[in-house]
Design a protein. Structure first.
Length: 411
């Protein structure tokens, strides 16, 4: 008996959906292999060759997908010889046996990483997480798997979290990364507690003192002079011109990359734009100034995909092009980076262009707006910050700038 069947793989948030159809029957399996969908070949139903997906190579993931397909194929071949058609349960059981996947009924405690995937999948829908948040959590999951691939939820206590912290320090991660990893695990543990899957309290009792855990990202911004240099630069490349215009538009409006990427012509009015931020889902009315108006007018007669107002490229390419752009126009001011690994203090000095990312535009707006004397309460209305505490790093930078400017009187 020949059994007609079809297989279909499709990325879906933190999973790959493996759909198997045969004899008017369908079985769907979820494979925990997070994919960057921009690097997915829909026709081949595999990751694009030589691509990387959150520190996993395309070759590694494709081999895993092939194992699932081969396991399913071996089941159908077996039943064809017996002149029978497998049921959904028989096919699932066969695949699990071939791939050595334990049935859920054999687990005495919930699986740590399986529940981690469920946490991300469930909360990403309920809380409308961005793809950036989902991708970041996938990176943290792989970091945890490198630490302890066999950890169980029952293992979670103060000593376990301490061993994680020591592992990250020994691996050379900066303290800011170590602290963030611990915070992610605690966040996950609170969800487990809410679901009744964890009865401990380590997420409250484990409070390590991690030196230098504060990030200094707020210091990566363009001064007003650097912003003017970038804005007025003569560029021979149209692609760099478009990157410059989008970046500068964010510098003059406070928009995040995710928000400028979805800004449509219908969101643009004569003296303001309306943006419902992707991160917080808050509606913002941001008044236009001469700079932002000029940039919008430059593209008013051009048409872009999804009726976008500006020519925005992918986040990854945008970050790459910003560095090339900043280097081209000579944004080379040295930036001193101070960080800790364990108790050891480290310093790096890099040219500013190497450190620029899409988010530097938003910081540029906030720092320069405060430096111009615009009240922080007004800046917060434009930027969408809801707590004054979130503005303190920027205010500290402006105060530092004032001190440096006052020193000019001493010369």
């Amino acid at each position: 008996m020949l059994i007609k069947r079809s297989y279909y793989f499709r990325p879906e948030r933190t999973f790959v959906r493996f759909r198997i159809r045969w004899n008017n029957t369908e079985l769907v399996l979820f494979i925990s292999a997070h994919i960057d969908e921009s690097k997915w070949n829909r026709e081949a139903q595999r990751c694009k060759n030589n691509s990387t997906h959150f520190k996993r190579s395309a070759a590694e993931i494709n081999r895993e997908l092939a194992k699932y397909e081969n396991a399913a194929e071996s089941c159908f071949a077996k039943y064809e010889i017996q002149d029978k058609i497998p049921t959904k349960d028989e096919l699932r059981s066969h695949i699990h046996t071939i791939l050595n996947i334990r049935p859920r009924t054999q687990r005495t405690t919930p699986d740590f990483y399986e529940q981690f995937d469920k946490w991300v999948c469930e909360e990403s829908v309920l809380k409308e997480w961005t793809n950036t948040t989902i991708n970041t959590l996938s990176v943290y999951k792989h970091r945890l798997q490198n630490w302890n691939p066999n950890i169980t939820i029952a293992d979670l206590n103060d000593e376990t979290l301490k061993s994680l912290m020591v592992h990250l320090i020994n691996k050379g991660y900066r303290n800011s990364t170590t602290a963030k990893t611990i915070e992610i695990v605690k966040w996950y543990m609170r969800w487990l507690k809410k679901k009744g899957l964890y009865d401990g309290s380590a997420y409250e009792t484990f409070q390590p003192k991690i030196k230098g855990r504060e990030k200094r990202e707020a210091e990566i911004y363009l001064t007003w002079d650097e912003l003017q240099t970038l804005y007025n630069a003569e560029l021979s490349s149209e692609a760099l011109c478009q990157v410059r215009d989008v970046f500068c538009f964010c510098c003059f409006t406070s928009l995040r990359y995710s928000d400028v990427a979805k800004l449509q012509r219908s969101d643009v009015f004569s003296d303001h734009i309306v943006s419902v931020t992707k991160k917080t889902n808050d509606p913002l009315i941001i008044q236009l100034n001469n700079y932002s108006t000029t940039i919008l007018n430059k593209y008013k007669d051009k048409r872009f995909k999804n009726n976008r107002a500006l020519p925005v490229i992918s986040n990854q390419k945008y970050n790459e092009q910003i560095k090339i752009l900043a280097k081209t126009v000579g944004i080379n001011a040295p930036v001193r980076l101070i960080y800790f690994i364990g108790n050891t203090r480290h310093e790096d000095v890099k040219p500013k262009w190497q450190l620029l990312t899409t988010h530097a535009a938003r910081r540029t707006f906030i720092v320069n707006a405060l430096a111009l004397g615009i009240p922080s309460e007004v800046v917060m209305k434009w930027s969408g910050h809801s707590h004054h505490e979130s503005m303190l790093p920027y205010i500290a930078i402006v105060e530092k700038l004032k001190v440096e400017e006052m020193k000019r009187f001493n010369k």
